[in-house]
Design a protein around this ligand. Structure first.
Ligand code: FE2
Length: 382
């Protein structure tokens, strides 16, 4: 039996001044760029102007679309596609966190595939849109190296997933200078999302030796550097290490999938607007404890990657250390600690548990959860 071990990746640039590559890369891909970004920070900190300037210097026309909200809606994505059509854009540039990158993937999808976005969920054979250059400014969602776009159907309170190889960006540019303006709360939430990607990829039923190596390296680096960047955003080496680690985490889960934490965080985002990383940070320790009977050796290895000594401990104790270390790391960060603190209404928990059980990520979780078990996990956090 043959197994696909690793998927195609974008051309990746990493390091100081790597943003300068955007002009030459875009010039090789098209003539008119739509620059998809969030509603405020890239405009305020000058990075949108900088990217547009680099594109123009390389001979391209640049149309900014600074309208992406966090958890981008289908309406926003449709407006972006309309603007791209109006200006004849043949290359997309996403500048921002997961929201900007996912919105740009959705715009590309809509430009190449007729019909409503909602009808494209679950579709196979999605045609490729214009090539996408992804420039993350958080560390991070890893969206620059994934073939997935998560969009919000606000009418249905539903997180819609577009998946397919044609959604993979053509180029990813990771310049640590761009993450310098992240507020500590955003650094904490997006860093915990990256840690969740690495932990879930390592525990996934689809894990393989390539995803394992990336996941463990990411866990180790995030545990060492996330508290440093949250405490001191001007710590450049720690910020660079986080950007690198979230890329590894992104590649790990892109090849091995995520699990129950992501299945449970999606209804929290869709129904109550809880930011993705905040929801994951809350859920990660309790889901790790729940998973323990199914994968104690792997959790013991995670405990080591999180910096815990496990010599001389039996697997039961060593695996428990992983859940404890994840809880301690999350508690060190400026993040909410309960479902009540993030505005989740307990009345909705049963419906949320049903949705999470049906989510595809639950199927590759090391322990297959029943609806009642998921409900109990939510209640532990109420
Ligand atoms: Fe995530």
């Amino acid at each position: 039996m043959s197994t696909r071990l690793f998927q195609t990746t974008p051309r990746i640039y990493y390091g100081e001044r790597s943003l300068e590559q955007v002009g030459a890369e875009a010039a090789g891909l098209g003539k008119k760029a739509l620059v998809v970004t969030g509603r405020s920070s890239s405009t305020k900190n000058g990075s949108l102007d900088r990217v547009c300037g680099l594109l123009k210097h390389a001979g391209l026309a640049a149309t900014p679309f600074p309208r992406v909200e966090s958890d981008p809606s289908l309406t926003t994505v449709t407006a972006g596609a309309d603007l791209a059509r109006e200006h004849g854009c043949d290359v997309l540039v996403a500048l921002g966190g997961g929201s900007a990158m996912d919105a740009a993937k959705g715009i590309g999808c809509l430009l190449a595939n007729p019909g409503e976005l909602a009808a494209l969920e679950g579709a196979t054979g999605l045609r490729p849109g214009p090539p996408l250059i992804a420039i993350p400014t958080t560390a991070g969602t890893g969206s620059e190296v994934t073939k997935v776009s998560v969009l919000t159907d606000t009418a249905r309170h539903y997180k819609l997933l577009l998946v397919g190889p044609t959604l993979m960006p053509s180029v990813a540019i990771l310049d640590p200078e761009l993450t310098a303006s992240m507020p500590p709360a955003v650094a904490a939430a997006t860093g915990m999302d990256a840690l969740t990607h690495a932990v879930e990829a390592y525990l996934s039923k689809l894990a393989n030796p390539f995803s394992d190596a990336l996941a463990l390296a990411a866990i180790e680096a995030i545990a060492a550097n996330l508290p440093l960047v949250v405490a001191a955003p001007d710590n450049t080496p720690a910020r660079a290490a986080m950007l690198h680690a979230q890329l590894q985490a992104g590649q790990a889960f892109s090849n091995a999938s995520v699990g129950l934490v992501h299945a449970m965080s999606r209804p929290m985002g869709a129904r109550f607007g809880v930011p993705h990383g905040v929801a994951n940070a809350l859920l990660l320790p309790v889901v790790a404890a729940y998973n323990r009977p199914a994968c104690p050796a792997r959790l013991a290895r995670i405990a080591q990657a999180l910096g815990r000594r496990t010599d001389g401990l039996d697997l039961g104790r060593a695996s428990r250390l992983a859940a404890e270390a994840l809880a301690e790391l999350a508690a060190e960060l400026p993040l909410p600690r309960s479902l009540a603190a993030v505005g989740v209404d307990v009345e909705d928990l049963e419906d949320m548990a049903r949705e999470a059980a049906e989510n595809g990520s639950s199927r590759v979780n090391p322990r297959r959860p029943e609806v009642g078990e998921i409900l109990e996990l939510y209640r532990q956090l109420a």
